[in-house]
Design a protein around this ligand. Sequence first.
Ligand SMILES: Cc1cc2nc3c(=O)[nH]c(=O)nc-3n(C[C@H](O)[C@H](O)[C@H](O)COP(=O)(O)OP(=O)(O)OC[C@H]3O[C@@H](n4cnc5c(N)ncnc54)[C@H](O)[C@@H]3O)c2cc1C
Length: 553
Amino acid sequence: MAEQPELTIQGWGPTDPGHIPADDGDLGDTVPKVARRYLTKELGWTPRSTPPVPVADIRVAPSRLSDEARARLVDLVGEENVRTDRESRLRRAGGKSYLDLLRRREGDASDAPDAVVLPGTTDETASLLSACGELGIVVVPFGGGTSVVGGLAGVDPDDRPSICLDLSRMASVQSVDVPSSLVTVGPGMRGPALEEALGKQGLTFGHLPQSWEFATVGGYAATRSAGQNSTGVGRFDDLVAGLTLATPSGVLEVGHPPASAAGPDLLGLALGSEGTLGVITELRLRVRPKPTACVYEGWSFRSWAGGLAALQQLARHDLLPDIVRLSDPDETRANLLMATGTGARALRGTLRTRGHGEGCLLVLGWEGLPSLVGARRKAAASVLRDAAAIRLGRRVGESWKSHRFAGPYLRDKLLDVGLLVETLETAATWTALPTVYDTVRRAIREALTRNGRRPLVMSHVSHGYPTGASLYVTVLADRDDELPIQQWLTAKRAATDALLASGGTLTHHHAVGADHRPWMEREVGPLGVEVLRAVKERLDPQNICNPGVLLPE
Ligand SMILES: Cc1cc2nc3c(=O)[nH]c(=O)nc-3n(C[C@H](O)[C@H](O)[C@H](O)COP(=O)(O)OP(=O)(O)OC[C@H]3O[C@@H](n4cnc5c(N)ncnc54)[C@H](O)[C@@H]3O)c2cc1C
């Protein structure tokens, strides 16, 4: 199969200039002037040039892999699949969180693995794990490298040498069972390649996180990802029918489609295991026919509370669309200001005239058979009108769709001009959600308001469920050039404490990683942590599988 494009080291996007982003990618050369003025005023921000150091100046420590260990790994997968050169190691250093990017931009890649090893099969992976157990080498599985929670930090309490187990050689479609709507794929498969392969048979997988261009199906399973369409098609967990997990103690096959009552579901243990139990080497995924009707549309509410209440009504009547994104007033205002062109100007005018100038934008997406899409939209429209929403039409929805993967490209531009840009997420019941929203915003504002600087805290509901919804928060602030890492850590700590105290979950879809592990006990309780530890001890007795994530120290 064709080589997949590599991600740049210090930001988002491909190193291959011929790669075409999945959206139109038209972000303009700079942040629009009006948005720049707005951010300067709102944040107390001084626009300035803060470029990354040249890639050649990034510091990577010498590899600690011994000759003996290297030879053993080469015996298992071949010389070309054991790499200790600077470039290979640097490319697999950490993930793509704000803190990862800051470190790489400042020239620090001290978290680079000691070697990159590329297995080609489940058997090779199992042999590598067993050899690494004997050699005392830490193994960090690596999919697309898009973790935003320190999932690839490779931290080891015993400071042993570590290898990155890059799964990009295991990235093919192995079989498609059309009558059963199942596809079997390797863990290194990315969304675009999967959709291309399925599209030839009139099928789609439909998992579309914002990291879709680069993240892999193995990574989605290991982190329990959610995509933009997850309200309709389900979270990634819902789409996995079964998988193969290679562990240092042997290979596990879990999941039995279509359904089974044979005891507790071991598949649930593998999903979200973040490489701590072993390596996912094959996945059986649920697919569906490509939708023949796709409608994206915009609505507006006068208030956040009104928007939440309307979504709750849709959820209660089983009328939630496939894509649902309700932006709060801060995010709505910023999005409208960032948008350029006559359409955006006209929309701002319409909202002002109709008294929704400080309102909340709702984007809905409907996909499926035309008759069903029509019927669902009609029923939902009646609920939304009863909630005093105004319909803005398809242009707003189509505009969201064409920019759906653009955010991370814009983030790099904002990092270049002295801004802090980071996101966090949670989920809560419909009852708790308004409190979670208020307390998290307050905590971030308090933590980042200093010396004339104020953050912009923008939120949206990104996934709806019958029982509640997820909340996604984007934070912009003037960066503290002296202590940028400390600045974000302080805010993140305050936000996480606040969301847990008010009824939110530690994470709805980004996973635990190294960043959230100090709070894991608060999420699952001491006994819950003990159960997870016991499973790990059985499957990974030498604690070589990604020991720095998920479980508290
Ligand atoms: C700009 C941006 C936007 C994002 N948007 C979303 C979004 O919309 N929704 C969402 O859910 N997430 C999102 N994320 C987070 C990230 O993309 C997801 O966590 C994704 O699932 C990670 O996949 P990956 O292949 O890149 O995994 P990696 O980052 O390579 O790994 C993530 C974790 O999983 C482990 N792992 C990876 N592959 C395997 C395997 N085969 N077996 C066992 N363990 C493995 C790794 O060791 C690591 O702990 C976003 C990230 C970025 C940078």
